[in-house]
Design a protein around this ligand. Structure first.
Ligand code: ATP
Length: 438
C-alpha cells in the first residue's frame, strides 16, 4: 500500500467526521468497534444512494418488487439457512486475510495456508448475534439478529406469489440491516458488525439460470460503473472452484480496487433451488410454482445479487475524494460525487451576511427551491469557508446572490468540479437544475 493510498482512507475518515457524514458510534465513551453512525450529511447521502438502487432496480423495472422485512425471524430460519450449524465450529481466523479454518483441517498449522498470516487463538465462532424473545425468565425464546438480509425474501416468496401479479422470471428486492459478529471489523465502513445490504433474489426457470446469471452480473457491474468516476477501479472476479458452495455452478464478485487491494463490494451468487428447497423442508410448506406451459410444478432457481450499502458508499467516497492545488497555493479538498448522491443539490448564499436585501433575496430563492430539491442555505460570513464546506461534502453547485442580483435578477452559479462560474436569471434556476440532475 503506498503512503498516498493508505492516507486516503485516513483522509476520508477525517472528512466524514469533520463534515458530519459518518461518526464512530459511542465516540464519547471511547467508541465501540465495528459500529458507525451516519451524521446529518451522511444520512442524506446514504438515503440518496439507496434510493438510486431502488429507482434502477425496482421502480424503473416491471419485474422486480420490493419488500422490507423484520430483523428478527423465526429461529428455525437460521437452521434452514445453515448459519447455526456452519458458524458454530471451533475456528481460527487468519489475522491478515480473515479466512477462517477448522484447526483439524489445516493440520493445526500455525500459519494461514492462503497467505502465511498468523492465526487468532481457536474460538467457538458464531457470527450471529443472539437475542431473546419474551420477558419472563426461563420462558424466553432464543433468537438471532439476521446475519444476512436475504432470508426474509425466501420467507415471503409464497406470500408474494399469492398476493401480487409476479410471474417467473421475477425478482424480489430488499434493503435492510444485517448483523455479524465479525472477529476483526476493520477499514471504517468496509467490515462492520452492523451494516445494510441490498439484495435482489431473481427467480427463474431452472433451464434459464445461465442466461439470467450473465444478465445480472453485467447489469450490476455497469450500474456501479455509471455511478463511480474511475470505471477501471471496478471489475468482476470469478471465484475459483474451491471457493464455491456446493450448490453454486459459478460465482462472481463485483470488486473495487481499494487501497488494500481488490476487494468484494457485491456478490453475484448462483443459488439454484437451495434456499427454497431448504425452507420447504424445514417449514413443511410447498414453495413450488406452477409452470403455465407444462402445468407441472417446479421450484424456481435463484440468481442473487447481494451488496453492502455501507461498504459501497465508503468505496464511493474513496472514489470521489479529490485534493487540488489552487492557483493561490492552497489545497482544495472536494468530493467528485454524483449529484444524485450529494446531500444537497445546490447551496444558496448571499454574498454578504450583513446586507438584508441580499439575505432576503437569497432566502426567497432557497425557500422556493427547497420545495422541490434538497438544498442548503448559508448566510454565515465567510464566502470562502462556505465554498470549502460545500466542496468537501460534494455539493455540485453553489448559488450566490450579489449586488448585481438586486439590479437584474441574475445570480452566480459556481461549479464544484471546475470552480467555473456562470450567471443565470433567477427565473431559470429551477429548469436549469432539473436539467442538470437528469
Ligand atoms: P466478506 O467476504 O467481505 O466478509 P461476504 O462474502 O461474507 O463478505 P456476503 O455474505 O456475500 O459477504 O454479503 C454481501 C455483501 O454484504 C458483501 O459483498 C459486502 O458488500 C456486504 N458485507 C458483508 N459483510 C459485511 C460487513 N461485515 N460489513 C460491511 N459490509 C458487509
Amino acid at each position: 500500500m503506498s503512503a498516498t493510498q493508505s492516507d486516503l482512507v485516513a483522509k476520508v475518515v477525517a472528512l466524514c467526521k469533520r463534515r458530519g457524514i459518518v461518526f464512530q458510534n459511542s465516540e464519547i465513551y471511547g467508541g465501540i468497534q465495528g459500529f458507525y453512525d451516519y451524521g446529518p450529511i451522511g444520512s442524506l447521502m446514504k438515503n440518496n444512494w439507496k434510493n438510486l438502487w431502488i429507482r434502477d432496480n425496482v421502480t424503473r423495472r416491471d419485474d422486480v418488487v420490493l419488500i422490507d422485512g423484520a430483523i428478527i425471524t423465526h429461529p428455525k430460519v437460521w437452521e434452514a439457512s445453515g448459519h447455526v450449524k456452519n458458524f458454530g465450529d471451533e475456528l481460527v481466523e487468519c489475522k491478515i486475510c480473515h479466512q477462517r479454518f477448522r484447526p483439524d483441517l489445516i493440520d493445526n498449522s500455525s500459519q494461514c495456508p492462503e497467505c502465511g498470516g498468523e492465526f487468532t487463538a481457536p474460538k467457538k465462532f458464531n457470527i450471529l448475534f443472539h437475542t431473546e424473545i419474551g420477558v419472563i425468565e426461563g420462558e424466553k425464546i432464543p433468537a438471532f439478529l439476521r446475519g444476512e438480509a436475504c432470508q426474509n425474501i425466501y420467507l415471503n416468496f409464497k406470500n408474494i406469489v399469492d398476493s401480487s401479479r409476479v410471474k417467473v422470471p421475477f425478482g424480489i428486492a430488499q434493503i435492510g440491516k444485517a448483523f455479524r459478529n465479525e472477529i476483526t471489523p476493520k477499514n471504517f465502513l468496509y467490515r462492520t458488525r452492523e451494516f445494510e445490504q441490498w439484495d435482489i433474489q431473481y427467480f427463474v426457470y431452472p433451464q434459464d439460470m445461465d442466461k439470467w446469471y450473465e444478465y445480472w452480473k453485467e447489469q450490476r457491474l455497469s450500474w456501479y460503473q455509471n455511478l463511480f468516476n474511475n470505471k477501471d477501479d471496478l471489475r468482476l472476479r470469478q471465484h475459483q472452484k474451491d471457493e464455491l458452495v456446493f450448490y453454486a455452478k459459478k460465482a462472481f464478485d463485483v470488486e473495487f480496487n481499494s487501497s488494500w487491494g481488490w476487494t468484494e463490494m457485491e456478490g453475484i451468487h448462483w443459488r439454484g433451488d437451495y434456499d427454497l428447497s431448504q425452507h420447504s423442508r424445514f417449514s413443511g410448506q410447498d414453495l413450488s410454482c406452477r409452470d403455465p406451459t407444462t402445468t407441472g410444478k417446479f421450484l424456481p432457481h435463484i440468481v442473487e445479487t447481494s451488496g453492502g450499502v455501507d461498504r459501497s458508499f465508503f468505496f464511493l467516497l474513496l472514489d470521489a475524494y479529490r485534493e487540488d492545488k489552487t492557483p493561490g497555493g492552497d489545497t482544495r479538498t472536494w468530493l467528485k460525487i454524483n449529484p444524485q448522491v450529494s446531500a444537497y443539490k445546490m447551496a444558496i448564499f448571499p454574498l454578504a451576511s450583513n446586507k438584508p436585501q441580499l439575505v432576503d433575496k437569497a432566502k426567497a430563492i432557497y425557500q422556493k427551491l427547497q420545495k422541490k430539491y434538497s438544498v442548503d442555505f448559508d448566510d454565515s460570513s465567510n464566502i470562502g469557508k462556505k465554498y470549502r464546506r460545500h466542496d468537501e461534502i460534494g455539493t455540485p453547485w453553489c448559488l450566490v446572490v450579489d449586488f448585481q442580483s438586486l439590479e437584474d435578477d441574475t445570480v452566480t452559479i459556481r461549479y464544484r468540479d471546475t470552480m467555473a462560474q456562470i450567471r443565470l436569471n433567477i427565473s431559470k434556476i429551477d429548469s436549469w437544475l432539473q436539467k442538470k440532475l437528469n
